[in-house]
Ligand binder design. Structure first.
Ligand code: 13P
Ligand code: 13P
Ligand code: MG
Ligand code: MG
Length: 371
């Protein structure tokens, strides 16, 4: 029986440079040093990157998801990077570290987490996606397209090891409940939920019984941490990350990337309060400067070899995504012209999670009853 490997992405914004644009390179150096010390001990391999102002730690190990040693390593790394961020007076130093002391797991403490534990195949292609200036529901549309839409993934039609479809684990992030839905049979009901992306988010995707892969090992995982719920106040968006395995009974690499040829509208952008297009970019262009955006997505591709991260390949660093970027620029212009008006500005119920309620509170005594 082949050994199980776990891939963990744990990420946090521990200080922006300048404002909310980027991670300072010295923070990445600190993160690499910390993870290098753990290599060969707690972790097999690692890769440190960033998307905008979010510091992204990819780690491989044999300890499974939710492991205390791995979470502590990430937490301590963010603490070390925060020290440097404070010294450089970076913007919002320690922004996503919402607790003073580590208590066994980074969940509920601010950082975002996506982890996959699986039996490594003969060849194991994996894509790590990072988004900045948006929220976990921004992954609903692309993950749905990869694993359920035959107009995106031709493998669902012509690959006998994919035609049985996939199971989606969807979280209701308000009620803290989850539901498992099988596609293609429950596709319409699934869309009824995940189209409402600020409330229902895809957490994991599983193969189905009868396919090539074990049905109990997830093939995709998305971070769903909600900063507002943890902090009780607006501190930034819950910029999400995702892991997706590819090929041999799963969507091919190109089917995993294809949804991002459409820069769909997501919420986030300036002050976490606006709808705008998500722009697929090379890692070097993952800097959020235009109105603190527009929201970005980066895709790093690896082959996993006994836990070793063979890569990365910067997958959106490809002229094939130029049209998506051009469209995103035009949509950004179009949306920006609405200024403070909806639907560029988020609807009021989503503005509850920003500084807006404080403004409305100031006006509350001025309202008079209407005859
Ligand atoms: P696999 O079935 O090995 O994933 O091959 C499909 C493919 O690579 C099509 O692009
Ligand atoms: P981040 O969530 O990326 O820190 O951005 C917050 C913000 O307010 C951008 O304008
Ligand atoms: Mg920030
Ligand atoms: Mg961010």
């Amino acid at each position: 029986m082949a050994e199980k490997i776990t891939v963990s992405i744990i990420k946090a914004d521990v200080g922006g440079w300048p404002g909310h644009a980027l991670v300072h390179p010295e923070l990445k150096v600190i993160a690499r040093n910390e993870l290098e010390k753990a290599k060969g001990k707690d972790i097999i391999d690692y890769y440190v990157s960033n998307c905008g102002d979010d510091l992204e730690l990819i780690m491989t190990h044999r300890k499974g998801a939710d492991n205390e040693d791995i979470h502590r390593l990430a937490w301590d790394t963010f603490i070390a990077a925060t020290e440097k961020a404070k010294e450089l007076k970076l913007y919002g130093a320690g922004q996503d570290l919402l607790s003073d002391a580590f208590s066994g797991n980074v969940k509920g403490m601010g950082p975002g987490v996506a982890e996959l534990e699986f039996t490594e195949r003969k060849a194991e292609p994996l894509v790590a996606f990072f988004m900045d200036k948006t929220e976990p529901g921004a992954f609903n549309l692309p993950i749905y397209k990869m694993f359920a839409d035959p107009f995106n993934t031709i493998g669902l039609v012509i690959d006998p090891s994919a035609t049985q479809g996939y199971t989606f684990e969807v979280w209701d992030i308000k009620e803290h409940k989850r539901v498992f839905m099988d596609c293609p049979e429950e596709m319409y009901a699934l869309l009824a939920l995940i189209g409402a992306k600020s409330r229902y988010v895809i957490k994991r995707v599983y193969p189905r019984e009868g396919g090539k892969l074990p049905a109990d090992e997830p093939v995709s995982a998305i971070s769903t941490e909600k900063l507002y719920e943890i902090a009780g106040d607006y501190v930034g968006k819950d910029d999400p990350v995702a892991l997706v395995r590819a090929q041999s009974g799963l969507p091919a690499l190109g089917e995993v990337l294809e949804p991002f040829a459409f820069p769909h509208l997501v919420s986030g952008w300036m002050r976490g309060s606006h709808n705008g297009p998500i722009m697929p970019v090379a890692q070097s262009n993952a800097k959020c400067t235009r109105f603190d955006g527009p929201p970005r997505v980066v895709a790093l591709g690896f082959q996993i070899a006994n836990g070793r991260l063979v890569g990365p390949v910067d997958l959106f660093d490809d002229p094939g995504f130029d049209n998506a970027r051009d469209l995103a620029k035009d949509v950004a212009d179009y949306m920006r012209r609405h200024g403070p008006f909806e639907p560029h500005r988020l609807p009021l119920e989503d503005m509850e999670y920003t500084t807006m309620p404080k403004v409305l509170n100031k006006l509350k005594d001025r309202f008079q009853p209407v005859e």
